[in-house]
Design a protein around this ligand. Structure first.
Ligand code: 5RP
Length: 234
């Protein structure tokens, strides 16, 4: 278990109050948080979680975190999630774990989003991490062509798209929602906001991994401490 990720998760736990409904993110850092949350719940702390993936739901059950059906939730106080890249404006790339659609639905419905990362995820410009784009399998080659054009229009210099495959298996990875992921290697995304708006207007794109204006707190875990950074959004 990475010490930096664990320190970020510990700092996030401090922001959770008794009685809260939490969006539970996906990925290894979110799972560390869920394990720590489970320990606190075992000592009488009362919170409920809304999972952002089947993997997270399984993890929450394992560590005794009570879950709520997203359709029965009135309010989500806080979502805690990881990220693949975070820039200095708190814009992010997510979806390395293929859960970006449900992560975005829950983050967007939350009052606050706290992102827990280690320092390797902090970047000046997004895009070294290939941007995951969740697509409908129907006519995917046409959608991929439109994605390429959109990325070029948004100022990316290159944009090769690769259909994500199952690890150690044959065939494309299928997301919890039944879609495919195209990983778009752009090297650099100079205008994340424009890129996001162009991608979302392509009919075959179900969702993309650019998380714009969603995070208001970033916790960067280091070997010994965690640094908390906040942004005030209008
Ligand atoms: C999953 C995600 C994860 O938050 C992201 O991939 C970070 O994962 P990790 O905490 O394992 O580094 O977006 O879709």
């Amino acid at each position: 278990m990475s010490k930096a990720k664990t320190n970020a998760a510990i700092a996030a736990l401090d922001m959770v109050e008794d009685g809260m409904v939490l969006g539970l993110g996906s990925g290894s850092t979110a799972e560390i948080f869920i394990e720590l949350l489970g320990e606190k719940i075992a000592h009488g702390f009362k919170v409920q979680g809304v999972p952002t993936s089947q993997g997270t739901a399984d993890c929450a059950k394992k560590f005794g975190v009570p879950l709520l059906d997203p359709d029965k939730v009135e309010r989500i106080h806080l979502t805690i999630d990881g990220a693949d890249e975070v820039d200095e404006n708190f814009q992010m790339i997510k979806g390395g774990g293929a859960c970006l659609l449900r992560e975005k639905i829950i983050a967007d419905s939350s009052e606050h989003m706290v992102v827990i990362v280690d320092g390797t995820k902090m970047v000046k410009t997004l895009g070294a991490f290939a941007l995951p784009v969740e697509v409908d399998p129907f006519a995917m080659a046409l959608t991929a062509e439109r994605i390429y054009t959109a990325l070029m229009q948004a100022g990316c210099k290159t944009a090769s798209t690769t259909l994500r495959q199952i690890k150690n298996g044959k065939g494309p990875l299928v997301t919890d929602g039944g879609h495919y992921i195209l990983d778009c290697a752009c090297t650099s995304i100079p205008d994340p906001r424009l890129t996001a708006s162009l991608l979302v207007s392509i009919p075959g794109v179900v969702e993309h991994g650019l998380f714009i204006d969603l995070a208001d707190t970033i916790i960067i875990g280091e070997e010994e401490i965690a640094k908390v950074m906040e942004i005030v959004r209008e």
